[in-house]
Ligand binder design. Structure first.
Ligand SMILES: [Zn+2]
Length: 459
């Protein structure tokens, strides 16, 4: 396995999702072989997890919600298990010493549905005709057994058999399609490390369209009846990918898929190299184009660079929100500075009790995380100047491509870039670095809304 997957020891599960994940092991690869019947919403199959054990263990805890385990084997030998709530506790036939690499095979079945969480229902969702997975933050175990933590990235192979009239797209590249009678089996391979929450599958009666794009192939799956409004509202996606490629660095995946469901959806959501919209967000009047930009930006910020922990959620949402403002500047001539001052004014009238760098589970998807996160980036841009700021963004996405990131990683990289912009004076470099650090400290760890103004020393 590559260095990206080198296991690190972490003592705790994620404090925002304490009933998910087992820090005693990592999964480096998931092999899912699944069978789904649309009319009964019946899902069954087998998951094989390639596991590396990080400490001496007598048991492994695996996350699985709402589905029934039928059989477990560890390293090919049947193993005992208990399943309570979201946790499957597997007892291997022999204790596993630290460093053991083995496989855990789980046969399971049931009628999947969303998990009820503090953030609403997440995970598997049955549609009027078909199904989807929208798993952020902890819905992945509603459709496959996993070690559910954003830091645990793995490769995947997903074989998915379903009723032939339905189109299916899952995370990864389609490598095989086989029609047998009324059933079609498709195999998807994901060779880029992916977090569990970003794994997805979509089943529906869709037609496929492609967008002419110079750089990134874009495929749209949509209900035939919605073609005109949807394609109108997505028409500027190629231009968006090209703008973001210039500002953020190369698009991190081979392609991009947008799935538009027939049912209205509460919010759009990102997955790995994919985004999902309800038709209510793409109604032919381009009223929600900022969200098209937002979900696309997550491919860099969230999906390629995935938070180490949910407390770092602003690294997803602040960046994606700032990308909305950059798009508005490019496409509609609304300067990012105008978006920033508008949202600064709105935020200043809201309660100032949120710590951006660790908002707590209840506030992790609070709109203030998005807006204060974007404002933090704008404040940093004003402080360091455009050249250093966009150089930093591109370095950020290149350095941590397909990896995991923390707020500390960003603060460290800011320091490097600020110093680099003062190559001839150590004293000026130190002073500029201290100013940038203080600025980030206030925005990330304070609660009061800092003023938004260019620093005296900024270029
Ligand atoms: Zn988002």
């Amino acid at each position: 396995m590559s260095g990206i997957l080198a296991p690190q020891v972490h003592a705790l599960t994620d404090t925002y999702t304490p009933d998910r994940g087992d820090p005693a092991y990592v999964v480096t690869h998931y092999d899912l072989d699944l069978d789904y019947k649309v009319s009964t919403n019946r899902l069954g199959g087998r998951a094989v997890l390639d596991v590396t054990v990080l400490e001496d263990v007598r048991r492994l805890v695996i996350d699985l919600v709402g589905l029934r385990v039928l059989k477990v084997a560890v390293g090919g030998t049947p193993a005992k298990w208990t399943h309570r709530g979201p946790r499957v506790v597997v007892t291997p036939p022999v204790p596993l010493p630290r460093g053991t690499r083995t496989s855990v095979a789980i046969t399971y079945a049931g009628t999947p549905g969303p998990a009820r969480t503090p953030w609403g229902e997440v995970g598997w969702e049955e549609l009027t005709e078909g199904a989807l997975v929208a798993a952020q933050p902890n819905g992945a175990p509603t459709w496959f057994p996993c070690n559910d933590h954003p830091r645990h990235k793995a490769t995947y192979r997903i074989a998915f058999e379903s009723d032939s009239p339905y189109d299916v797209v899952a995370s990864g590249t389609l490598v095989e399609t086989r029609v047998r009678g009324s059933r079609t089996r498709r195999v998807f391979e994901q060779q880029v490390p992916m977090a569990t929450y970003l794994a997805t599958v979509h089943v529906g009666r869709y037609v496929r369209r492609t967008l002419p794009s110079a750089e990134v192939p874009v495929t749209v799956l949509l209900p035939a009846t919605h073609e005109r409004p949807v394609m109108h509202d997505l028409a500027r996606l190629p231009e968006m990918t090209s703008l973001f490629g210039t500002l953020f660095g190369p698009y991190p995946f081979a392609d991009y898929t947008v799935v538009v469901t027939a049912d209205d959806l509460e919010i759009p959501l990102e997955a790995h190299a994919l985004a999902t919209f309800g038709p209510n967000w793409l109604d032919g009047r381009r009223r929600h184009e900022r969200l098209v930009a937002h979900e696309l930006a997550h491919q860099w910020f969230g999906n390629s660079l995935t938070p180490e922990a949910w407390s770092d959620i602003w690294l997803n949402e602040g960046f994606a929100c700032y990308a909305e403002w950059l798009w508005a500047e490019h496409a509609d001539g609304v300067p990012a500075a105008t978006s920033a001052s508008t949202h600064w004014a709105l935020l200043s009238r809201l309660p100032q009790d949120l710590v951006l760098g660790d908002p707590g589970p209840d506030l992790m998807f609070d709109d203030r995380v998005y807006k204060r996160g974007a404002l933090t980036l704008h404040a940093l841009r004003l402080e360091v100047g455009d050249t250093a700021f966009f150089g930093l963004l591109r370095d950020w996405t290149a350095t941590h491509r397909h990896g995991s990131v923390s707020t500390d990683d960003l603060v460290d990289l800011v320091d490097v870039h600020v110093r680099r912009s003062h190559p001839r004076s150590r004293a000026r470099a130190d002073a500029a670095a201290a100013r940038a650090r203080d600025l980030l400290e206030q925005w990330l760890w304070g609660t009061d809304l800092p003023r938004l103004e260019p620093a005296a020393g900024a270029s």
